[in-house]
Ligand binder design. Structure first.
Ligand code: MF3
Ligand code: CO
Length: 304
């Protein structure tokens, strides 16, 4: 899907050519003038000022939101289960098996499995692995490790996505602080999610907090729209500025998932498996991911 600037938005809108008394595009059954007409006009005005605005496919209706919420319930249950069962000496392969079992028992499917050739049900990224760590029986979690477990679920065609960090046994003060500050980044970012604000409001807040603590934020990989697909527009960038990036409007769903590095921001991908990303300097990286719905008056966290 494509993010639209004003020209494309106008072209799309004209194609649909809704009159004031036509049924609204959102599926509410109401007349356009009693539903999304003023909303569309407000978006057009903001596009007119040169901002990137969402297209209609990024704005979920009540039925879709209900379906995505059900999917997210499984995602949360999976991460709760891992929170209970992760321990020193567990392999990331065992975590993968747990994710598969809990998800399928609840009627869902792990979204990563076979996604663009990804071989497992979950991503487990340890220490200097930034993201997309592939579970393996050879990776045994040991005292002092920090690990991100990134779960995503499909239920009835609806997608959910969130991740948590786990500290294995006693970890160093430095690693603990990285994990805590990264969580704070997400919480601070969430406060900036409200209708008629911009993704960059959240991006800058996250970046500033990481930077003030002496950390860097990965540039190349960010958050994304989610719900009807695993990865949708918009792209959620944290190396961004207040008032920039895409406009946020009610009904949009996206992830906030900054990858925060203890050292430099630079990363590289493992060429052998084509997935796992590491910090270039070998220092630890942390990530928390939430999935958030923009509401009429703020934000609702759907998965965490
Ligand atoms: N869950 C990751 C995200 O937050 C995506 C992983 S893609 C996979 O966007 F194939 F590696 F699972
Ligand atoms: Co994600």
């Amino acid at each position: 899907m494509q993010a639209f600037n004003k020209k494309t938005f106008e072209r799309k809108t004209k194609q649909i050519k809704l009159g004031r008394n036509d049924k609204c595009w959102c599926g509410s059954g109401k007349k356009y003038k009693q539903c999304h007409q003023a909303f569309d006009e407000r978006i057009m005005q903001i596009a007119d000022q040169g901002h990137l605005v969402p297209d209609r496919e990024m704005i979920k209706n009540q039925d879709q939101i209900a379906g995505i919420r059900q999917s997210a319930k499984i995602n949360i249950a999976v991460l709760d289960y891992i929170t209970e069962h992760i321990h020193v000496g567990i392999t990331t392969e065992e975590i993968d098996q747990m994710v598969y079992d809990v998800t399928t028992k609840m009627g869902g499917m792990p979204a990563p499995l076979n996604y663009q050739g990804y071989p497992k049900s979950v991503c487990t990224s340890v220490n200097d692995q930034v993201c997309h760590g592939i579970p393996s029986k050879d990776v045994i979690l040991k005292e002092g490790d920090i690990v991100n477990v990134d779960a995503s679920t499909i239920l009835n065609g609806y997608f959910s996505d969130s991740s948590r960090m786990f500290c294995i046994g006693e970890v160093s003060r430095e690693k603990q602080r990285l994990v805590d500050v990264t969580k704070e980044c997400v919480e601070i970012g969430l406060k900036e999610v409200k209708p008629w604000g911009f993704i960059g409001d959240m991006g800058q807040a996250i970046h500033d907090h990481a930077f003030e603590n002496g950390y860097t934020v990965v540039r190349e990989i960010g958050g994304h729209g989610v719900g009807l697909e695993f990865h949708e527009d918009p792209w959620v960038n944290y190396n961004s500025f207040r008032g920039e990036e895409m406009l946020m409007v009610p009904g949009m769903i996206f992830t906030i998932e900054p990858m925060v590095n203890m050292g430099k921001a630079d990363i590289y991908m493992d060429e052998k498996n084509g997935w796992t990303t590491y910090t270039e300097d070998g220092k630890p990286s942390a990530q928390w991911e939430v999935m958030v719905l923009v509401t009429e008056d703020g934000a609702e966290v759907l998965s965490y």
